[in-house]
Design a protein around this ligand. Structure first.
Ligand code: SF4
Length: 232
């Protein structure tokens, strides 16, 4: 026996998340451990606001759970995975396919969970797979675009540096330029380098970032354009 579960978003629209079978807690936990179910915080169709693909439409899947602990994190509500319902990957992909051929998996820290089942399911439906990650956990999943955003509190794994198509360094203060250069020395030579101001410090750090990029033109500036556009 099963019944459907719906999620209502703040905007008022809703989507079917999954049909819920009668599963023991143990079975559900096993499914989460295997990446067949993921703690889904939210999913929505919008424009990618940041980095290389900014301005492109994509379906975002935000997975709960993160222990990296950035003090300026703007999605702290994602940290506790237990607050977000384990959701079957088949229904996540089913919903995504209705909106877009590109899915951006973000968090939280999505690599806390095994990502192979999700990316296999996405690719079986012809969907491009993008990830936004701190890279602090073991690499899993097959990614068409790998956006690495290292954090000082929990550094990326060697595999994450090697996989990075894009390095996105958040600039909160002057010291972050040095950290950005240290991280850039670890990625491949074709990795595209972005400096992005931490939102609450953007007015203070933007002039310094512009100056830095003029002097170091291998870097580009990334802005959180979705926040300027007032979209998710
Ligand atoms: Fe927040 Fe991302 Fe840092 Fe986790 S890694 S604390 S989700 S900014």
């Amino acid at each position: 026996m099963f019944f459907y579960v719906f999620r209502v978003y703040p905007s008022g629209h809703f989507s079917r998340l999954d049909y819920l079978c009668y599963m023991t807690e143990n079975e559900l936990n096993q499914n989460v451990e295997q990446g067949l179910y993921l703690p889904l915080m939210e999913a929505f169709y919008t424009l990618q606001g940041e980095g290389y693909h900014k301005g492109s439409a994509a379906y975002f899947v935000r997975i709960g759970g993160c222990d990296v602990g950035c003090h300026w994190c703007d999605v702290k509500e994602s940290w506790n995975a237990k607050l977000h319902p384990p959701t079957g990957i088949v229904s996540i992909v089913e919903e995504a396919k209705k909106s877009s051929d590109t899915v951006v998996v973000t968090g939280g820290e999505p690599l806390m969970w095994p990502m192979d089942p999700l990316t296999t399911e996405l690719k079986s439906k012809g969907i491009s797979t993008h990830i936004e990650t701190s890279g602090a956990y073991s690499l899993s999943g097959e990614w068409d675009w790998f956006c690495l955003s290292p954090k000082k509190t929990k550094l990326p794994t060697p595999e994450a540096y090697a996989a990075a198509d894009e390095l996105k360094m958040i600039i909160h203060n002057q010291n972050d330029f040095k950290f950005a250069e240290e991280q850039a020395a670890k990625v491949g030579e074709n990795c595209i380098l972005f400096l992005q101001p931490e939102w609450s410090k953007r007015d203070q750090m933007m002039p310094e970032m512009v100056d830095y990029v003029l002097k170091n033109p291998r870097w580009k500036v990334s802005l959180q354009t979705h926040k300027y556009l007032n979209i998710p």
